[in-house]
Write a new protein. Sequence first.
Length: 315
Amino acid sequence: MRLTVLNLEESKKAYIFTGFLGSGKTTSMINTVNQYFQDKKVAVIVNEFGEVSIDGKILSSSLGKDVLELSEGCICCVLYDELNKVLSDLSQSYDFEYLFIETSGLSEPFPIYSALDSMGYIVESIICIIDSKNYKKHLTEDVFKYQIGSSNIIALNKVDLVEPDQIPEIEKEISQLKRQYNLRNFLTGQELIPKYEIIKTTYGQLPEYVFKSLNEYIFNRFDPSLFEDRHFHGSYKQDVVVYPNDTLTYQQFVKIVENFPPNLIRSKGIIKLKDINNPLIFNYSYGNYSFYDYKGNIEEGKLVNIYIERLSIST
């Protein structure tokens, strides 16, 4: 299929949300769309690690919008051609103004930026969400570093979970990683992202000015072939646990959660518990967990558990 390349006057604007597993990407994107783009025509694409969709259902429920899902792989490798096709079909069938893409926590955003740019989209920002409490556990992961290096907005999320006097040191370390892994033309040394900003957030709440002062965050034009072709994945495994509806009470489920193994870094799902009327969205990351009401219906409860095999888990 021939891709439709838009001229500048017709170009649609795009935002890419990236960040490692459990950083708060989905929450941040939900908050952003609901707070700042409620009166706009928005299209949303989400990529998930593995075959079971969770984020797509959560986004659809929370945004009240249809969400296109790209599953069964990483958006920046095996799904590259599918992404191009989806974007081309989407542009011809839906008159949207803004495109939001949430990447998998195990992929970097640069190939997505490259695909969007080649199709004539204007990428306003690549927003990297970082778990301020647990980011040190990701420092051996190249994909985490290149998520930072490929972004022009870096949100230190969950700062309420760390001591205030630790925040300047976190910001300093993330700034060093940004300088070290910033995208550059390997022939000229020119940076793709000449200006970036580090923002401190809680619950993924990005300030409105990020989406209004966009001329401050211009990407340099570039030939993708002049940037280093790099791609990393850590060593991970995933399983899906099914919980038939109304078989567990809240306390029974919490007991299961509190006995999760230490190498389980991420769990997300939608479940229906015996003593709670509505289904619940469940989020777990490095021992921290939360529940939210789910507005849809579910056939059976499912959790997607992602285990990390290479990182050392410490508390």
